[in-house]
Design a protein around this ligand. Structure first.
Ligand code: GAL
Length: 416
């Protein structure tokens, strides 16, 4: 990621005037949490900040997976008016660190004792050159399959645990005249399905070798070809109106009983919860087929940008500490579908999907089956992730063969 200097635009000028005009300390936070469940989660952070006397300026950019948000962020940073904080994750934090735009928030980390509350795998990602520049928000699990049990019952199908059962259920749902797989044809959603398929077909070690280490032999291996064959079969259960559909609208199809199943991370659970649905009764959260013993993680975080005034710097540290507070970690994650990232948050209010996620996170981190999400910017740098995502999207939208897709994937993995 390279930022080019830009002439001061009208937008930057307006932003400069606006920031000069605000008197009370303020934080401006860029995020893409705009679906029903997500907006509720973001509103909780706003409430907490306001209760601390800090004004909240919302910089919400719609678009699942955050691509639009990142475009908006780059424009603002290039124009010299970065927000206080932005939802930036994984290796991208290092990329922004290299641009020299991130603020040192060690003071918040020391005050909040982050080193003792977070595992090193998390703190390492939040630091640039040994200093904290970002605060973690949550842990999302990506390898879920959300299922409407009423649709299964109507179709005479049972909840799948592996791909054979999954395709059996999908056939029955299709025969019953319903959509078997709710999906939105957007590159990041395609990649979300793909990575769960790779994990289910190849297992955690194969996932790591191919999608994290980008080992060329694994990327072109028969196992990868099998993963693409599986993905090609999944395509046949997606309805014809899927192109461009937002993820939460696909989730709504499952909620409303128009569709049976959706591969999606647990932000989808936030939609079920916001609709008043109960896990185990109105919907099922199942591990994606064949991924029961593994956990694909996606850690949301807010990276902090350099701000000028002492008041705004103080407000930024207040924001960082608020995000790590047990109070925020509980209420945000109850709405968002994710689980707290820090130790010391009571699990009593969390539902069965969340407590299962907590248990599985603990178990998989001991057993080596905890893997970073490729589709959600946890596994490789943004240039490689983008090139890989393009191949998957092309595969989803054409008649490309699994063999050709595996070759293209291996090539994309060499992107600098
Ligand atoms: C993920 C992000 C989640 C959620 C989802 C849908 O990348 O980590 O918090 O927003 O995209 O937009």
């Amino acid at each position: 990621m390279k930022l080019q200097p830009l002439a001061l635009s009208a937008v930057a000028f307006a932003a400069a005037i606006a920031s000069a005009a605000h008197a009370a300390p303020q934080v401006e936070v860029l995020h893409y949490w705009t679906s029903g469940g997500e907006a509720k989660s973001a509103a909780e952070l706003k409430k907490i900040m306001e209760s601390k006397g800090v004004a909240w300026k919302d910089f919400a950019v719609a678009g699942g997976g955050g691509e639009n948000a990142m475009t908006a962020l780059k424009a603002r940073v290039m124009a010299g008016s970065a927000p206080t904080a932005a939802q930036i994750k994984g290796p991208s934090i290092q990329e922004w660190g290299q641009e020299g735009t991130l603020a040192n928030i060690d003071a918040a980390a020391t005050e909040g004792k982050w080193e003792t509350l977070l595992p090193p795998v998390v703190t390492n990602v939040m630091k640039y050159k040994g200093h904290f520049v970002a605060v973690p928000v949550n842990v999302h699990r990506v390898n879920w399959l959300y299922v409407n049990p009423a649709v299964l019952a109507k179709a005479g199908a049972k909840a799948p645990t592996n791909f054979a059962e999954f395709f059996d259920a999908a056939d029955k749902i299709k025969k019953a005249g319903l959509v078997a797989v709710a999906h939105g044809g957007q590159p990041w959603q395609d990649a979300t399905v793909f990575e769960s398929v790779v994990l289910g077909v190849g297992g955690a070690d194969f996932y790591k070798k191919s999608l994290v280490q980008l080992d060329q032999a694994s990327l072109t291996s028969p196992t990868m070809i099998k993963a693409f064959e599986t993905l090609a079969r999944i395509k046949t259960y997606i309805d014809k109106d899927a192109a461009g559909r937002d993820w939460n609208l696909a989730t709504a199809m499952v909620i409303n009983g128009k569709a049976g199943m959706q591969f999606m991370g647990d932000w989808a659970k936030g939609e079920f919860t916001a609709a008043g649905k109960v896990p185990g009764k109105d919907f099922l959260c199942l591990a994606a087929p064949g991924t029961d013993k593994a956990f694909t993680f996606n850690i949301d975080s807010l990276a902090m940008f350099k701000v000028k005034s002492a008041d705004d710097q103080k407000a930024q540290l207040t924001l960082a500490n608020a995000v790590m507070s047990p109070e925020f970690q509980e209420v945000f994650n109850l709405n968002k579908g994710s689980i707290p990232v820090r130790a010391g948050v009571s699990r009593t209010k969390f539902d069965s999907c969340a407590t299962r996620s907590m248990d599985d996170l603990a178990a998989t981190s001991k057993g080596n089956a905890l893997v970073p999400s490729l589709a959600h910017g946890m596994a490789v740098d943004s240039a490689k992730a983008g090139a890989i995502q393009d191949v998957i999207a092309k595969f989803m939208n054409s008649n490309m063969t699994p063999q050709a897709a595996a070759q293209a994937l291996a090539k994309a993995a060499k992107t600098m």
